[in-house]
Design a protein around this ligand. Structure first.
Ligand code: ADP
Length: 311
């Protein structure tokens, strides 16, 4: 099964005509309280596609815990390794302007307690998983401990990019990053190499997507999936470098599309798909998710028809 170790948030989403300037007060149009957090989003995406999925993480003992958990419960995600701690549930304050631009403040709350000790308490759950999924919204010590505990395939979505032990990146099969994150990780690994064994890894000199993926592989990342928005994704592993297309859709809201992609990728890999096949499915699920508003609420279930890639 799939085990996600990561964040759970309540997203407080305000619609505004235009974002307020510093010091300004404006009236918003409406407020939605939606389940979010990268870890929870990815777990919901995998579970809705039919993978038995568990989430290792934490919510607080406040009023935001239940809205944060609503989507996980509905999708049937196993929450027995999700702690309820004294303190605040993670919250994202999101304002979306009429032109669709987001401005977001994330308060991690008790996601910050998902550290090495908290993860160690669930070593057996993590160790038994076919696929373990990590992101950058919990403390680095929690991520590192989860990577050590994993015996199955490790999917590392280093979003946001935070400092983690190089061992985590060298165990990532695949590392899933968008273009911006890929460049940051390549840079970080390059710096690590420079002070280390002096390996002559090629720098991503021309800055192309292919060059960045190739540089990550050369620095020892087992496999890489770079997501490219409406351009799909680029998959690299060993000598293989393959562009995976995404269906052409009318994008309404790209919130959580990357998480839908990662959850679907984990689902495919847990089912025995090879990386390119899993990435093709993930791209279609990502495209499905941008067609409607919200993160988890826009993810497909088993009966839903995914958009097709057309020539
Ligand atoms: P992130 O939000 O993490 O930056 P991306 O924007 O790369 O991630 O989106 C993740 C995946 O979702 C893409 O690889 C693609 O499959 C799908 N996707 C995102 N935006 C679009 C779009 N406008 N049209 C079609 N598919 C999209």
């Amino acid at each position: 099964r799939v085990v996600v170790v990561g964040s759970t948030n309540a997203d407080l989403l305000a619609r505004v005509a235009a974002h307020p300037a510093p010091g300004e007060t404006i009236l918003g149009e409406r407020l939605d309280v939606l389940p979010g957090g990268k870890g929870a989003n990815q777990a919901v995406a995998a579970a809705r596609l039919g993978s038995p999925t568990a989430l290792v993480g934490a919510v607080g003992d406040d009023a935001f815990a239940e809205p944060a958990l609503a989507g996980l419960r509905e999708a049937g995600v196993d929450l027995s390794a999700l702690a309820v701690r004294t303190g605040r549930t993670g919250v994202a304050l999101v304002s979306v302007s009429a032109d669709g631009e987001n401005s977001i403040v994330v308060i991690p709350g008790v996601n910050a307690t998902v550290d090495a000790d908290a993860v160690r308490a669930h070593h057996d759950v993590i160790g038994r998983a076919a696929v373990v999924v990590l992101q950058g919204e919990i403390p680095r010590a929690g991520i590192e401990e989860a990577a050590r505990a994993a015996r199955g395939r490790l999917v590392v979505n280093l979003a946001p990019v935070i400092d983690v032990d190089t061992e985590v990146l060298l165990a990532a099969d695949p590392l899933v990053v968008n273009e911006h994150e890929a460049a940051l990780v390549a840079h970080a690994l390059g710096a690590a190499d420079g002070s280390g064994n002096g390996a002559a890894a090629p720098a991503a000199e021309d800055g192309s997507d292919e060059a960045v993926v190739t540089a990550l592989l050369a620095r020892g990342v087992p496999s890489v999936v770079m997501t490219l928005g409406a351009r799909g994704a680029l998959v690299g592993a060993g000598d293989l470098l393959e562009q995976v297309p995404t269906p052409r859709v009318d994008a309404v809201d790209t919130t959580g599309a990357g998480d839908a992609f990662v959850g679907a990728l984990a689902h495919g890999l847990a089912g025995g798909d090879d990386l390119v096949t899993a990435a093709r499915l993930a791209a279609r699920v990502g495209a499905y998710a941008v067609r409607s508003v919200g993160a988890q609420s826009s993810y497909p279930g088993l009966g839903d028809e995914l958009p097709e890639v057309t020539a």
